[in-house]
Design a protein around this ligand. Structure first.
Ligand code: GAF
Length: 376
């Protein structure tokens, strides 16, 4: 989807009546814990202010009519029949995927009219698709009285990706969109789905910068990483890499390249999440930066999901005295970096980093958090 267009028609003018339900769901930034979720490990995401907004009203029959305000005045109302969802229609696949999965799981929404808009940039590593899935599921839950709690809702969102869209993702993004907020990180055990909100110490603030290099998880690279982890787990005789004790790392490193390095990333990244949670709880600011930088190095060298533009943003962050640490966030192969800065310094540091980035790369960076500096 493109960025929201101010000239887009509203729900009332498209459908001739007001919406019955208006809900939203945020994108997320992952502070640390990357590519651990599909290995049964730990993650630490936060919600970001950017979100997807859904306006919706039930209608008689089984037709869904949907409009994306991100397409502006040029956009058109698309339609399909419940039970006849077919992938291959761009952003509408997420809507079709939600109704397909709901019905497959025994929840039966009727037809509805839908208007949506999102300011979570697509392909930025900030979960624009999870925000859409969770916002729509929230809207349908409210409009049709579906009996779903917030965790079940997140699991359905993940199923939309895996079973309909064709992106074999873990559960982090939908859990974050469904359960996280902007003031605290969501410490999630992706195996048990137990979670806890861990507030950031008041002395630090997150910064999120989008590199402008886009990615897609239904593409090959993410799938290949996931398959490598599954293969390594099988060769090592564990169900998931989460089950491999650290003492077994030498055995993993003897596997054919690059499996050992993939395992090393997952084991060390899980440990870094636990150390970050401890540092946040204890207000141990000195430990946070090295953990973020170590995570980035592991993603770049062992997991090989970074790109030169993202490495450049992380290097520029190192030159900023008030930035404690920085790393690639999200699935990788482009997307965004997350940084932690001393509170009150983030916006200026981000602006300087973006300026340098524009000079040294072919891309424009967008500062998304702190939100005031995004110029919206
Ligand atoms: C993407 C996926 F959707 C998540 O499930 C997770 O694997 C992440 O990449 C990497 O940590 O956002």
């Amino acid at each position: 989807m493109k960025t929201p267009q101010a000239d887009a028609p509203r729900f009332e003018s498209l459908f001739g009546r007001p919406p019955k339900v208006q809900v939203r769901a945020p994108g997320r930034v992952n502070l640390i814990g990357e590519h651990t979720d599909y290995n049964g490990g730990f993650v630490l995401p936060m919600a970001i202010p950017q979100h997807t907004e859904v306006h919706l009203a039930p209608r008689e029959g089984h037709t869904v009519r949907a409009f994306s305000a991100n397409l502006g005045a040029q956009g058109q109302v698309d339609a399909y029949e419940l039970g006849q969802e077919k992938r291959g229609r761009g952003w509408l696949d997420y809507v079709q995927g939600v109704t397909h999965v709901l019905r497959a799981e025994g929840h039966v929404p009727g037809g509805f009219d839908l208007w949506l808009r999102s300011d979570v940039p697509v392909g930025s590593g900030l979960s624009s698709s999870a925000a859409l899935e969770v916002a729509l599921l929230r809207g349908l839950r409210e409009a049709f009285g579906l009996r779903l709690d917030d965790v079940q809702l997140a699991l359905l969102g993940q199923k939309v990706e895996c079973d309909f869209v064709g992106a074999p993702v873990g559960v982090m993004d939908q859990m974050a969109s469904s359960l996280a907020d902007t003031g605290a990180a969501l410490f999630l055990d992706t195996r048990s789905l137990k979670y806890e909100r861990v507030p950031l110490p008041t002395q630090v603030e997150p910064i999120v910068i989008n590199s402008g290099v886009t990615h897609s998880h239904s593409g090959g690279d993410y799938r290949v990483r996931r398959a490598e982890c599954e293969r390594a787990a099988k060769l090592l005789g564990v169900e998931q890499l989460r089950d491999l004790p650290d003492a077994e790392l030498p055995r993993a490193l003897a596997l054919p390249e690059p499996l050992g390095r993939r395992v090393r990333h997952v084991l060390t990244e899980n440990a870094r999440v636990l150390q970050t949670v401890r540092a946040l709880r204890e207000g141990d600011l000195a430990s946070l930066g090295p953990l973020l930088y170590a995570s980035h190095a592991s993603q770049r060298d062992d997991y090989e999901v970074s790109v030169p533009e993202i490495d450049l943003l992380v290097d520029l962050a190192r030159a900023e005295p008030d930035v404690l640490g920085a790393r690639l966030t999200g699935g990788g192969f482009g997307g965004s970096v997350v940084m932690l800065a001393r509170t009150g310094t983030g916006a200026d540091a981000a602006a300087r980093i973006a300026t340098q980035y524009a000079k040294q790369s072919k891309h424009q960076a967008t500062v998304l958090v702190p939100e005031a500096s995004s110029g919206r």
